[in-house]
Design a binder for this molecule. Sequence first.
Ligand code: CP
Length: 338
Amino acid sequence: MPEGRLAGAFAPPYSHGGRRNRSMTAEIAPAFPHRHLLGIEGLSRPDIEALLARADDAVALSRQVEKKRNVLRGRTQINLFFEPSTRTQSSFELAGKRLGADVMNMSVASSSVKKGETLIDTAATLNAMRPDIIVVRHHSAGAVHLLARKVDCAVVNAGDGAHEHPTQALLDALTIRRNKGGIEGLTVAICGDVLHSRVARSNILLLNALGARVRVIGPSTLLPTGVARLGVEVFTNMREGLKGCDIVMMLRLQRERMNGSFVPSVKEYFRYYGLDSEKLALAKPDALVMHPGPMNRGVEISSEIADGAQSLIREQVEMGVAVRMAVLEALATHLPNG
Ligand code: CP
């Protein structure tokens, strides 16, 4: 845990020694200087580290029998998901409820969006109900930014097209930090379908901000043009790219975003870019494996690795709830009477 960490409202009474009975939010919680969380882009290193510190405390809270706090008591949180989700939507719901919010999951499948209502009209309609926080996932890059300009409440990006997925990158960073003791100087390989991945983009921004060495590995058809300009080393040979890595982060082959054929066949893809024990052996002996989920076993990762001793995949899910609690708590400071 970094020196001088500043805890959030989750800290006492269950957290680390010496700080019992202090009102952390009032006394030392850092002011998060943003009204929304729309991306990792725009966050400073102190912003990121403060969120991770709050999330560490939320992990401790979530491991207790009594998991609830009142930070969002009286607040209304709407989860508006235009794309399917298991992990993100459920963890935002749990996070909001653990902080005392009233959480509504808006089912787009049964909403007026299906009758042709625009995103702006949907936003204006929800805004009229006076929510405090809207968590949005949308299939178009930039849609969440647009929505944020049309509502009065805080907005959290839960994934917009191939653009950003900031809470995924934060939970990945929290998972790495808790297992490796820090992020600075680590070599992290992000492997697979980088082209269609908002997870990759947010992770590249965040890991670079925290001083990691980032590599991207994939077939040239699945690497964005000019990706090196994001400050990464680029490999099309996975065996070369994995050498000496501390963290191997696999990405899902996002066939729903592919317009055309990007790989010859799934079998061929797994042979060259699927993570199995033979390829993982090229990374450092203590390398750890991550995947944001949902996984395609036998496409980008073997079951042996996904369920093996080096896998952090289940822990990432646990960290997801904590990070989302940290984000909601940080944004709550900007709400009226926050
Ligand atoms: N990692 C992630 O965003 O998973 P979901 O699509 O299940 O939310």
